[in-house]
Write a protein that binds this ligand. Structure first.
Ligand code: GSH
Length: 250
């Protein structure tokens, strides 16, 4: 039995979705609507008491942490390998995944929560929103939701996130100018990790990520978008977010 609990195919949920599709592994998809707070409802808290997504249930095992789940999927199932054989390329893959998870993703995510998640729910009944925040199990997620809903990210933290996103874009453009994929000659988990963040950059930050300024990033995003696994994964999206990525077909 293999069930993936996930939201839209982006940021964290998109990582295991794409890894499973690339491997050709059959899994049951259980969609949770993050904007409807499905991840904090009792049924899901029985699966993952932290109330975060994604989570993968494989028989008796419940796995969290999207990057670690991708590594598990690559090792536990047959299908095309998603980790390079060469030790240098494997190191590069891990270097980039750490950079994405620790530096790039939190800053891109803060901007996303400020411009998309907060405005998507803010107009709902204030008492319902207050109760929804109180039900969130993890303090750090309560803080993130509260800042998004009440629009209280400080100008300094948003500015720092914008600065970090720009640094991330610059590093990625340089790396992809030197080799076809992030790790080297082969498509790897680092590309999957980066795509789930990177597809939104030309939309959210067209000033720093576009065909003229970052041709290597644009070439890489289009190449990943064309892959059958990416096409199949993005068909699983239910909101208009999934349609946003079609700009990469051009
Ligand atoms: N580091 C974790 C982060 C998991 C996480 O926080 N996911 C977000 C969605 S992108 C979430 O579950 N948010 C739900 C919430 O805050 O209520 C991972 O990579 O899986």
């Amino acid at each position: 039995m293999l069930t993936l609990y996930h939201w839209e195919p982006n940021a964290n949920s998109g990582k295991p979705m794409l890894a499973l599709m690339e491997k050709g592994v059959t899994f049951e998809s259980h969609y949770l609507d993050l904007l409807n707070f499905d991840q904090h409802k009792p049924d899901y808290l029985k699966i993952n008491p932290n109330g975060t997504i994604p989570a993968l249930v494989h028989d008796e095992l419940m796995l969290t942490e999207s990057t670690a789940i991708m590594e598990y999927v690559d090792e536990a199932f047959p299908g095309p390998p998603l980790k390079p054989k060469d030790p240098v390329e494997r190191w590069r893959m891990r270097w980039w995944m750490r950079f994405f998870d620790q530096y790039f993703a939190p800053s891109v995510s803060m901007i996303g929560w400020s411009v998309f998640v907060g405005p998507s729910v803010r107009s709902r009944d204030p008492d319902e929103l207050k109760a929804a925040i109180e039900r969130i199990p993890l303090k750090e997620r309560r803080i993130a939701w509260s800042k998004a809903i009440y629009n209280t990210f400080s100008p300094e933290e948003l500015e720092e996130s914008r600065r970090r996103s720009a640094v991330g874009v610059e590093c990625l453009e340089k790396a992809l100018g030197e080799r076809p994929w992030i790790a080297g000659e082969t498509y790897s988990l680092a590309d999957i990790n980066g795509f789930n963040l990177g597809y939104a950059l030309p939309l959210a930050r067209p000033d720093i990520c576009n065909d003229e300024k970052t041709p290597h990033i644009m070439r890489w995003l289009r190449a990943i978008y064309k892959r059958p696994a990416t096409q199949a994964t993005w068909k699983m999206g239910r909101t208009q977010m999934a349609a946003r990525v079609t700009y990469l077909a051009q």
